[in-house]
Design a protein around this ligand. Structure first.
Ligand SMILES: [Fe+2]
Ligand SMILES: [Fe+2]
Length: 320
């Protein structure tokens, strides 16, 4: 092992953060770029299914809450793109990879949002699953990623609560509203479990990522944690989790659950989910139609920089 690698391994062993200027193995850098950019893309594409309901929110309060939540997701994308940029990739490059399909984002956002109850189910389940995934990332070994996660997690907790509260109102409402809530749970339950990624014995990157302390828990550990917490919440809501095999296992101290349809998962990952094409098209269009904004912002900042550069000379001239 060379000296640079030794320093890296020593930092990992001591639970210190790796910082952008530190030496790091190329594979560590690549893994992080893939993970952080994928995470950033998920925040960005994740705005689309909920953005779909902003104009149709049932009250002013709900509209304000949903708008704030969707804006938070844009902010998460920005922190994460910035964190990834410290590893030597540009935001334009990352977006290019998203638009040409080489970069992935969380498959959950390729499912449609059919009713208002879906806004509740997404906050409750999807943001709930995101918290399970992201809280351990506050201690991930790459400093900029870990620090970005601290604020992200605080905001995710608001997202989860607003979703839970929205679905609770429906679950405690009229028969029709309760049916809407149940239908949303039926459709979002299994895709939410898939958010934790393939089972540990089919997750090729897990072992190395655990060794580098990028990942702190395995996919199956996090999935189990999510199920144990969420099943109790569903009971409180008076809703039924759509899994006939769900059963408390006294011995394990966890819920046993039914078989996840991994064929469906891989099919959506490969681009054949219900909304893959629509989502990517929306992102590409947003990129193209926003070109003039980027150009204007760039021209403005160049003008400001030029003015600033000219200023000290002008001042020096005035005092001479
Ligand atoms: Fe987020
Ligand atoms: Fe969120």
């Amino acid at each position: 092992m060379n000296i640079a690698n030794e320093a890296f391994e020593a930092k990992i062993a001591a639970d210190s953060f790796i910082e952008p200027r530190d030496e790091m193995p190329e594979a560590y850098r690549k893994t992080l770029i893939r993970q952080i950019s994928q995470h950033a893309h998920s925040e960005y594409v994740g705005m689309l299914p909920e953005g779909n309901w902003i104009t149709r929110a049932p009250s002013l309060k709900r509209k304000a809450v949903l708008l704030a939540k969707v804006q938070d997701e844009a902010g998460h994308g920005l922190y994460l793109y910035s964190a990834a940029e410290t590893l030597g990739i540009t935001r334009d490059q990352m977006l290019e990879q998203l638009h040409d399909g080489t970069a992935k984002y969380s498959s959950i956002f390729n499912y449609p949002t059919l009713t208002w109850a879906d806004m509740g189910a997404i906050g409750w389940l999807v943001d709930g699953a995101a918290i399970m995934n992201q809280v351990p990332l506050c201690r991930t070994s790459y400093g900029p990623y870990a620090r970005a996660m601290i604020r992200v997690c605080k905001e995710e907790s608001f997202h989860q609560r607003q979703g839970f509260e929205a679905i609770m109102r429906l679950a405690q409402g009229t028969e029709v509203q309760k049916k809407m809530a149940q239908d949303a749970l039926n459709r979002w339950w299994w895709p939410s479990l898939m958010m934790f990624g393939p089972p540990d014995d089919h997750s090729p990157n897990t072992e190395q990522s655990m060794r580098w302390k990028i990942k702190r828990f395995t996919n199956d550990e996090l999935r189990q944690k999510f199920i144990d917490v969420t099943v109790e919440q569903a009971k409180f809501l008076g809703l039924t989790v759509p899994d006939p095999d769900l059963k408390w296992n006294e011995e394990r101290g966890h819920y046993d659950y039914g078989v996840i349809d991994w064929n469906e998962f891989w099919n959506v990952v490969k681009g054949n989910g219900p909304c893959n094409r629509e989502r990517l098209e929306m992102r590409r269009n947003a990129w193209d139609s926003g070109a003039w904004v980027r150009e204007a912002a760039l021209a403005h900042s160049q003008k400001r920089a030029a003015r600033k550069e000219a200023q000290p000379q002008a001042l020096a001239g005035a005092t001479a």
